[in-house]
Design a protein around this ligand. Structure first.
Ligand SMILES: [Zn+2]
Length: 142
């Protein structure tokens, strides 16, 4: 997952979109949520972080996605923490997901929780079924 900030060139609305992969980002048809215009500008925000292990806010979208593709939960969590801090639209779920990643939970699991949050009411049903995808042995070819 990666967050992208956009600004509508027509009505100046700023919004944030989240994509799981670079393919999803490239394939997505984006439109302003306020006026529906497709005339959007990417907004690159810099985050002030004190002595970071790595300044993820300076990574290009491609570099961010390579971090995501690494499947390293803690590294992704650190990136989310730095990059997400500049996106108030990201919301509580995003920050919760960030904390889970920083604790080393698998990305698949965290992502699953995020989807449960956004689709259903936030009733914390602790279904701890070990996902076979969590091992990410062989990437599915698509
Ligand atoms: Zn607009």
């Amino acid at each position: 997952m990666a967050l992208y900030d956009f600004r509508c060139r027509v009505c100046s609305t700023e919004f944030t979109l989240m994509y799981k992969t670079i393919r999803a980002y490239e394939a997505a048809v984006r439109a302003c949520p306020a006026c529906g215009s497709a005339d959007l500008a990417r907004v690159i925000k810099r985050v002030a972080v004190q002595s970071p292990a790595r300044d993820y806010s300076r990574l290009s979208p491609g570099e961010m996605l390579s971090v995501l593709d690494s499947g390293d939960s803690r590294q992704v969590g650190q990136m989310f923490e730095q990059v997400g801090a500049s996106s108030p639209a990201a919301g509580v779920e995003f920050h919760e997901a960030t904390q889970r990643l920083l604790r080393g939970e698998s990305m698949d699991k965290v992502e699953q929780r995020l989807q449960e949050h956004s689709s259903a009411a936030p009733t914390a049903t602790a279904t701890s079924t070990p996902s076979p995808a969590a091992t990410r042995a062989a990437p599915a070819s698509d």
